[in-house]
Design a protein around this ligand. Sequence first.
Ligand code: TRP
Length: 352
Amino acid sequence: MSLPDQSQVIATAPSATAAKGPTVILTGDRPTGPLHLGHFVGSLRNRVAYQHDYKQFIMLADAQALTDNMDDTNKVHRNVVEVALDYLAVGIDPAKSTILIQSQIPELAELTFYYLNMVTVARLERNPTVKTEIALRGFERDIPAGFLTYPASQAADISAFKASLVPVGEDQIPMIEQTNEIVRRFNRIANKDILVECKALVPEIGRLPGTDGKAKMSKSLGNTINLGATAVEITAAVKKVYTDPLHLRVEDPGHLEGNVAFIYLDAFDPEKDKLEEMKAHYVRGGLGDSIVKKRLEVVLQEMLAPIRARREELAKDHGYIMQMLKEGTMRAREVAAQTADEVKAALGLRYF
Ligand code: TRP
């Protein structure tokens, strides 16, 4: 397996240069379940920051979610609204960021159709992300063609908006590489730089482990804390948080490595000095897990209470959410349609 080409990956967003016009960011989520603390750390809070300086498009990738959810289309439909609520609840502002629904922009499907001719089946089968996902889903030989080819669709998502920055997790780097291959191939065919190459913007702060200590917080592993979690759910989750299995008695010295309670405190406790004291005490011995968890509980309850309240408030106004999604999608469609028009013209597909 080849290592990701690091020239296509950056950790911090470059400052926007007015001269070249606004830098465009495109990012997205498959709406298959509510978002959780892992999403908050890995992407949502960055999006809240980026929206002030960039032209940011955030895609609810419902069509991509269907590539492996044809047996549960209702789940995808429902979660479009759930994820939209999560976005707004954490502070993504629809006046600053454009939130769009992928399936409602037919030009994305159109672009995908042409891009599929610029990529080989062998190349798709080699895509490390697709490979891993195929193994995880146990498709073996029965891979839905739409699933195997979704990198071409993701290339359409990104290039339709001429995005040059794509904030994603590390697992998505192969998607960016494949997008850039398609972009370069197309521009060569067009003999003109119509499409824009992009860079993956991968946050330095790694991913948040699950409450059980597994490397990743994931709905399917049942080790998440959702952004809309109730106070009772938060309490229950904190009780189960994995700490140091060798820390049997309060007097024993404790370990911080892999200790989820401290990893979460590092991520969310605003009182860093007190946290450092707590860590030193824990390592020395004499500090019980129950005290650490009590602090974690306070921190998470305080952080999530306003998000939950905002989410509940917004959920009452379904009409507003749908209107917001419709307006964002319409704005986005204009951009995508413009690109699709240029692409088709360059391919000799403009007749009238
Ligand atoms: N594949 C991405 C994921 O699973 C979601 C996604 C769809 C996306 N289209 C995108 C991410 C475009 C970035 C850009 O998380």
